[in-house]
Structures are given as structure tokens and as C-alpha cells.
Design a binder for this molecule. Structure first.
Ligand SMILES: [Zn+2]
Length: 318
């Protein structure tokens, strides 16, 4: 059975026809238009095009932002000027077909639980280390949207009291210490303070704007540059400590780590596991959760929301 998944990102809208095994059989991609209205029209056009040549049973749309628990209203989106937007019905009307709406991090987490690094497990916590830090929680095979719709915002758990200000309006959130943005900032600090020592290679990779590009940091990590590894280590310690607290609340079988920073692989996960173990309550008297890198990368949102739409359709048909 086929379903459609659309993932509305800040720069691209990705869409695909997805089969029951989570494989994408047809894909489309367009630039994200400027205005919220044009985005809705572009999504509807993509749905109509993908529906034209297949036996599609259900359509899902994922986007970043705070939604109501029923997934009909986009209350607030950080990158797109939706405010209390009846997004589900708006797109459904434009596309001429019912849709299922989901938060993009939740959709990506669901994809990893069903078809990626979390498959075969009942309880999964997914943490996406992108520009910010996204979270998704699957407990006993169900996506936890929270009692009020905004569960699983793991990136905004407070890690450091009176810490760095965060885009959410508070301070000290995990996002400020373990995102791609945080890694670049920390690498910049090491380049600054250790310019004649371990930060020399990082300092040499500063661009015209004074920033060190993420790709340059990744290159240096790959050749085990001590300054770049130190930056990764600091990010990993923050993430591992936060996961110790998350485990106290959620007790997942596995933490799946996704997003651009996760491309660093075991050089990231090694110190994450160490910090996790030292931050975990009663670590010597419990089974330790596993850590794994996400497998579906950029397609996770499309695959996850297509599967959630198919699942909702099956339930309606029961
Ligand atoms: Zn925050």
C-alpha cells in the first residue's frame, strides 16, 4: 500500500510516494516559497502531482513547530510565519484530499522507530542535532505527542542553570550546547583560546566571517585533529548528561541520534555513552540504553509522516 509524505523544511519542501516497507518509490523537491500562503499552495500542488500516477491511500504532511494535540492547528512555527494556522484543513482543501499533519521531528523519530536505527524496539528516544535540537519519543509503540501536543521537545530541556540564551525565550537549553550551531561556536572558542595549541588547525579554517564552517570541523574530526575532537567531546558530554536525565524519565531502549552532527558517528557516540553512564541514576544497577546513529537521514520526515498517514487510514477503516 502506498502513501504520500511531504516534509516542509525551511529551504526545501521534500515529497515522496512511500511503500509499506518505508521505501520511497518516487520523490519530488522544490524550494520553500517565502510566504506561508505560497507554501500551502506548493504543498498542495506536490500532493496532486504525486497522487496522479499511483494508488495512494493516505497523505501526510510534516512541518516544524508547535501544534495542537489533534494535529489540526499550527500554533507557532519558528521558521515560517504560521500563527494559529488551521494548517491541516487549509492544505486538505487546496489539495482536495484529507491529510494527516505531524511535527517534523516526531515524523522523523517515527521513521527511525519503524524502519531505521530503532526498528524492532518498543521504546525509542530520537534526538536530532541540526541547527537546533529536535526530539521525538516513542513509548510502547506509540508516538508520545504529550497531553497538550508539545511533548518530546528534548532540545529545550534545561542543561545549565543561567546558561546561554535560547531561541525559545529561556536560557541554558540543551540546544545551546549540543546542536550544529553549538559545535561551531565551541570550535570557535577553542580556536580562539588555544590558537597556538590544539586549536591551531581550527583557527586556520576560519572563513572570511571569522566562523569555522561545519564541514571544516567534520574534516578535522575525521583526521583526529585534537582541537576538533575536543569540540566534539564537549558537545558529546552535554548530550550524554542530558540523556542521563531523559533516561530517568523515559527509560528508552535506545537513543537514536540524527541530524548533521550525527554524521560524526562513533567519534560522537563514544564520549556520549561515557557521559551518559556517569550521569545515569544507579548506572551500575540497570540495563544501559543503547546509542545509535540515525539511518534515514534527510528522508526520515517524508517516510515517517507517510507511514503515520497510512496508519491513521488503517485505523479509520477498522
Ligand atoms: Zn530553548
Amino acid at each position: 500500500m502506498l502513501s504520500i509524505g511531504i516534509d516542509i523544511g525551511g529551504t526545501k519542501i521534500a515529497g515522496g510516494v512511500v511503500d509499506g516497507s518505508g521505501a520511497i518509490t518516487r520523490a519530488l523537491r522544490v524550494d520553500t516559497p517565502e510566504s506561508p500562503r505560497d507554501i500551502e499552495v506548493a504543498v498542495a500542488a506536490m500532493i496532486r502531482e504525486l497522487r496522479s500516477d499511483s494508488a495512494i491511500r493516505a497523505v501526510g504532511v510534516a512541518a516544524a513547530g508547535f501544534m495542537n494535540r489533534e494535529r489540526t492547528i499550527m500554533r507557532f512555527s519558528p521558521n515560517i510565519a504560521w500563527r494559529d494556522e488551521p494548517l491541516r484543513d487549509r492544505i486538505a482543501e487546496l489539495a482536495g484530499v484529507p491529510i494527516v499533519l505531524e511535527n517534523d521531528a516526531d515524523a522523523a523519530g517515527w521513521a527511525e522507530y519503524r524502519f531505521g536505527a530503532g526498528r524492532g524496539r518498543g521504546s525509542v528516544a530520537m534526538i536530532t542535532l541540526g541547527t537546533g535540537v529536535g526530539g521525538a519519543i516513542i513509548t510502547d509503540g506509540e508516538l508520545s505527542r504529550g497531553g497538550l501536543g508539545i511533548g518530546g521537545e528534548l532540545g529545550h530541556a534545561r542543561l545549565i542553570p543561567n546558561g546561554l540564551p535560547c531561541g525559545c525565550g529561556r536560557s541554558g537549553c540543551l540546544e545551546q550546547y549540543a546542536s550544529g550551531h553549538a559545535l561551531r561556536r565551541i570550535a570557535g572558542e577553542i580556536a580562539e583560546s588555544e590558537a597556538s595549541g590544539i586549536g591551531a588547525a581550527l583557527a586556520a579554517r576560519r572563513g572570511a566571517d571569522g566562523q569555522i564552517p561545519g564541514a571544516a570541523i567534520a574534516d578535522l574530526v575525521r583526521v583526529d585533529d585534537p582541537g576538533a575532537l575536543e569540540a566534539v567531546h564537549r558537545v558529546a558530554v552535554s548530550l550524554g548528561e542530558a540523556c542521563g536525565s531523559f533516561a530517568a524519565i523515559l527509560d528508552p531502549e535506545i537513543f537514536v541520534i540524527g541530524g548533521g552532527v550525527s554524521m560524526l558517528g562513533e567519534r560522537l557516540l563514544g564520549p556520549v555513552r561515557e557521559a551518559f553512564r556517569s550521569a545515569l541514576p544507579a548506572a551500575n544497577h540497570r540495563t544501559l540504553a543503547e546509542f545509535a546513529i540515525a539511518e534515514l537521514t534527510n528522508d526520515a520526515g517524508v517516510i515517517g509522516v507517510a507511514d503515520l498517514a497510512r496508519r491513521a487510514d488503517n485505523r479509520d477503516g477498522e
